[in-house]
Design a binder for this molecule. Structure first.
Ligand SMILES: Cc1cc2nc3c(=O)[nH]c(=O)nc-3n(C[C@H](O)[C@H](O)[C@H](O)COP(=O)(O)O)c2cc1C
Length: 359
């Protein structure tokens, strides 16, 4: 099978391959989808300041996150229900990510359980994304399985106390067969818009602190968009944060990860490792994120496009494309070692009005 040559070709091919319901689920955002559209555009408002005549014959894309080295900084974001995109589901995603040497963060709302995913790609690196369900026994069982099966960190997602108002999902009227897709989560059919009712909306920082204190694994808080919340994450025992607006699917008109990143990095200081997601579509986006202080990026929809179009091979191809582009960006920016990227490599783009990163 010939796979598309670029990420945007994967996007088009996935749109063609998916049925209307899953397409609405994977492609849509909240409200008027202003944040959804702004996520990729915000990376385009940052310009690169390249250096020349630097020896770039050997590029080194490695990064260190939570004290552990990774071959490159492109991680797979947690996205739900992979069997809606491809029959091989999360197992295929795990194998594709492992082949691309990319860390895979498995969603709580997966259509496979954490044990099966670990066994599908034993050599892969993985984190587990935790939704805290109203039925705490479900979350506890998922956590215990993750701890036992080689997941290296727990990512607690905090920007979905309730489901966002997603118009494409509402219009599609799509109901997933949850009994078939996720028997460990819920016994019966469930409209997409009702999945959120499984999640506990009363979660607070005290819960994060309890998880951090009680877990053998480091805890990251995903869904932070302000410096104040980054400080609270550090104070409550988190080891890191993921700057994220959930791919524009939750509160429309919040700012992009790219725009929120500098404030969060500054507030985090050296107390937290900061990751970012939302709209990462090119290697240059990855370079900009690291220059602004992120240790790694997470990629959501493009991985799902890869899965929908080509299963395991598609996931690998998308991640390999991003990594190859990132290495080209390092060479052309004259910063061959990813670990050497800093704020000197970027500036507010003149074509975007040159608005400073920090107001
Ligand atoms: C279809 C879909 C499902 C998602 N499911 C989850 C999830 O289960 N848990 C979670 O923490 N984030 C979830 N997210 C958010 C992603 O982890 C990530 O923040 C977002 O996709 C990044 O933006 P991008 O899609 O532009 O790369 C989901 C996103 C999408 C598009």
């Amino acid at each position: 099978m010939t796979l598309p040559p670029t990420i945007s070709d994967f996007e088009r091919a996935a749109a063609d391959a998916l049925e209307p319901g899953p397409r609405a689920y994977y492609f849509g955002g909240a409200g008027a989808e202003l944040t959804l559209r702004d996520n990729p555009e915000a990376w385009g408002r940052i310009a690169i300041r390249p250096r020349v005549l630097v020896d770039v014959s050997a590029c080194d894309p490695r990064t260190t996150v939570l004290g552990r080295e990774h071959p490159h900084p492109i991680f797979v974001a947690p996205t739900a229900f992979h069997r809606l995109a491809h029959g091989d589901g999360e197992e295929a995603t795990a194998r594709g990510a492992a082949a691309a040497q990319a860390l895979y963060c498995l969603s709580s709302l997966a259509t496979s359980n954490p044990v099966a995913v670990a066994q599908a790609a034993p050599g892969g690196r993985r984190w587990f994304q935790l939704y805290v369900f109203r039925d705490r026994a479900v979350s506890d069982a998922l956590l215990a399985a993750a701890v036992e099966h080689g997941y290296e960190a727990i990512v607690v997602t905090v920007d979905l106390p309730v489901w966002g108002v997603r118009e494409r999902e509402l219009r599609s009227g799509y109901a997933i067969d949850a009994a078939q897709l996720a028997p460990h989560l819920y016994p019966g059919d469930l409209a997409l818009t009702d999945v959120g009712t499984l999640i506990d909306p009363s979660l607070t920082w005290a819960d994060v602190e309890r998880f951090a204190a009680g877990s053998r694994l480091p805890v990251l808080v995903k869904g932070v968009l302000t410096g104040r919340d980054a400080v609270l994450a550090a104070e409550h025992g988190a080891a890191g944060v993921v700057v994220s607006n959930h791919g524009g699917r939750q509160l429309d008109t919040v700012r992009s990860g790219a725009d929120a990143l500098p404030e969060v990095v500054e507030a985090a200081g050296d107390r937290l490792d900061v990751l970012v997601d939302g709209g990462i579509r090119r290697g240059t986006d990855v370079l900009k994120a690291l220059a602004l202080g992120a240790r790694a990026v997470m990629v959501g929809r493009p991985v799902v496009w890869g899965l929908a179009v080509g299963g395991e091979d598609g996931v690998r191809a998308v991640l390999d494309l991003l990594r190859a582009e990132f290495e080209v960006a390092l060479a052309l920016a004259g910063v061959p070692r990813a670990a050497d990227l800093d704020g000197a490599a970027v500036e507010p783009a003149p074509w975007a009005g040159g608005v400073p990163f920090r107001a």
